[in-house]
Design a protein around this ligand. Sequence first.
Ligand code: FES
Length: 109
Amino acid sequence: MNWHPIGDISDIPLRGSRCVKTPHMNIAVFRTGEDEVYAIENRCPHKGGPLSEGIVHGNAVTCPLHNWVISLETGKALGADEGAVRTIPLRNEGGTLYIALESLVMAAE
Ligand code: FES
C-alpha cells in the first residue's frame, strides 16, 4: 500500500477534525475523545453535508445539516437512517497520520 502522510495527530483537536483534499475526494479526519483517529469521506450520505464540521461524540459524528449520526468506524448511518460514506484506511505511526491513497483511487472508479 502507498501510505501518504497527512500530518500529525496533534494538528487535530480532541473531538475535532480536519479536512484533507485529494484529487479523488475530500476526506474528513477525526480524532475522538479517546485519541482514536478515523478517516471518512467528507460528504454526508443524506444530502452531502460537510461531516468535518459536525460534532464528534464517542466513535460517531453528527452531521451539521440535519443531524444524521455517522459511525466513524464503519461509515454507516446509525439509528433509523440508512446510508454510508466511504471509510479510508488510516495509520497512526508515533503520531504521524497516513492514509492509503490506492483505496481512494479505487473508490473514485
Ligand atoms: S446532509 Fe447530513 S443529515 Fe442531511
